[in-house]
Design a protein around this ligand. Structure first.
Ligand code: TRP
Length: 444
């Protein structure tokens, strides 16, 4: 299905990588010889299918809304098993969404917002429920964060995530540390699923998928089971009852793919369907694709806490330009859009397709200067970050509790079922309207 390769290791996790090979794991993203990432190669190595125009059009038809720019522009460019999930949705068998974040820093940068903005759109467009896993345990194990610090970051990050605009009636956000033992009289369904998965995956399997060694701490060997568990609907009885086999779609950056290869490997034995995935490219650092966005280096990224003046300053000073060295040279040969960061950022965040195309044409031909393009970008980002900050300022403890409390969540699929009924009605209208004119003679 979807041209899937072996479920275990991508070539770069098991073979000794050449120093010039790109290496992408959930913990390390390193481009090839020129520092850049070959996204098509990565998709093929991982064995994912390509998001093509036809798929984007199908999503528009099913949801009845125009595709989000991240989809239209193939920021989310790779998938696994999206077609069977959409087939089922169309027939009135809905799915739920699952995404997450490892809280490694207090402030989110723009790259962190991408999966959440997109997931919020998917939730509204498909009218489906969502679980968001905050893996404070993961960051404690990998980054040697103190547990108390990991929990504190989780609480802070949850507020930023809520500010991306999820439906509180249909969204459950949980920290692994807080939720692991929760369950009351029926026991923790979530932890039980973690344990089931742990019992199904041996050390060799984890090692081959993630490249871990015997000297890694044992928590790292066990953790993938915890990231896998939310992809199985019976981990959340307050949302889905004990029902198995409800389909799940995970929007995530493509570096998370190894986790979900393992998740898919155990699905059948867990009595569930294989999780579907929609995977994105990475958001480049201000310094360009071979730079790294890091919370400890404020010049590497735009953060959701940056002021309008900081955004302006960072873009003007640090955003790598593909423009010519001098105005004369730029006018003569134009900008190299392949490496130009302001252009790349606009492709993520400028909504207006026509204006974006115009900028690409004019800048690429040298008629627009880097300074003018940066000015456009600054305007777009200042507006987006200010809106994010305004929503975040309204997220108080009560609002957090609305999303994080284990509570009965009834009718989670009512909206999606209604949409499927609409679709069924629409296709019959389409069918009849395509009949040839009868000229008064009944066509049947
Ligand atoms: N491992 C992810 C990170 O480090 C967090 C995460 C957990 C996640 N579950 C997920 C990300 C599901 C995407 C989808 O940020």
């Amino acid at each position: 299905m979807d041209g899937e390769a072996s479920t275990s290791a991508p070539a770069n996790a098991t073979e000794q990588p050449d120093a010039n090979d790109q290496v992408i794991t959930p913990w390390d993203v390193k481009g090839g010889a020129d520092g850049r990432i070959d996204y098509d190669k990565l998709r093929r190595d991982f064995g994912c299918a390509e998001v093509d125009d036809e798929l984007v059009r199908r999503i528009e038809r099913l949801t009845g809304v125009p595709a989000h720019p991240f989809l239209k522009r193939k920021v989310f460019y790779a998938h696994r098993d999206l077609s069977p999930l959409l087939d089922a949705y169309e027939k009135g068998e809905p799915f739920y969404l699952y995404t997450g974040r490892g809280p490694s820093s207090e402030n989110l940068h723009l790259g962190h917002l991408i999966p959440f903005q997109f997931t919020a759109w998917l939730q509204r467009a498909f009218r489906v429920p969502l679980v968001i896993q905050i893996t404070d345990d993961e960051k404690a194990l990998w980054r040697s964060l103190k547990l108390e610090e990991a929990r504190r970051l989780a609480r802070e990050n949850i507020k930023d995530i809520i500010a991306c605009g999820f439906d509180p009636e249909m969204t459950f956000i949980f920290s692994d540390i807080d939720h692991m033992g929760a369950g009351g009289s029926e026991g923790s369904a979530f932890y039980c699923n973690c344990l089931r998965i742990m019992s199904m995956v041996n050390c060799n399997h984890v090692r081959s998928i993630f490249g871990l060694t015997a000297s890694d701490n044992i928590g790292k060997i066990m953790f993938p089971a915890i990231q896998a568990a939310p992809a199985f609907s019976d981990s959340f009885p307050h949302m889905f009852g004990a029902k198995k086999g409800i389909r799940c779609l995970v929007p995530c950056a493509i570096d998370q793919d190894p986790y979900f290869r393992m998740t898919r490997d155990v699905a059948q034995r867990m009595g569930h369907k294989k999780v579907s995935l929609l995977e994105s490219r990475f958001f480049p650092a201000l310094q360009g694709e071979n730079g790294k966005m890091s919370a400890s280096d404020p010049t590497s990224a735009i953060f959701v806490t940056d002021t309008a003046a900081q955004i302006k300053n960072k873009i003007n000073r640090y955003a790598f330009s593909g423009g010519g060295e001098t105005v004369e040279e730029h006018r003569a040969i134009g900008a190299n859009l392949d490496v130009d960061v302001p252009w790349k950022y606009l492709n993520f965040f400028m909504e207006d397709d026509m204006r974006l195309r115009e900028i690409g044409r004019e800048y690429g031909a040298g008629r627009m200067l880097t300074g003018e393009v940066k000015k456009e970008l600054i305007g777009v980002l200042q507006k987006m970050v200010a809106a994010q900050q305004a929503r975040r300022a309204k997220v108080d403890d009560a609002e957090v509790a609305r999303f994080t409390t284990v509570r009965p969540m009834p009718d989670l699929f009512a909206g999606a079922r209604a949409r499927a009924a609409e679709l069924a009605a629409m296709s019959s209208v389409l069918f009849y309207s395509h009949q040839p004119p009868t000229n008064g003679i009944p066509w049947f």
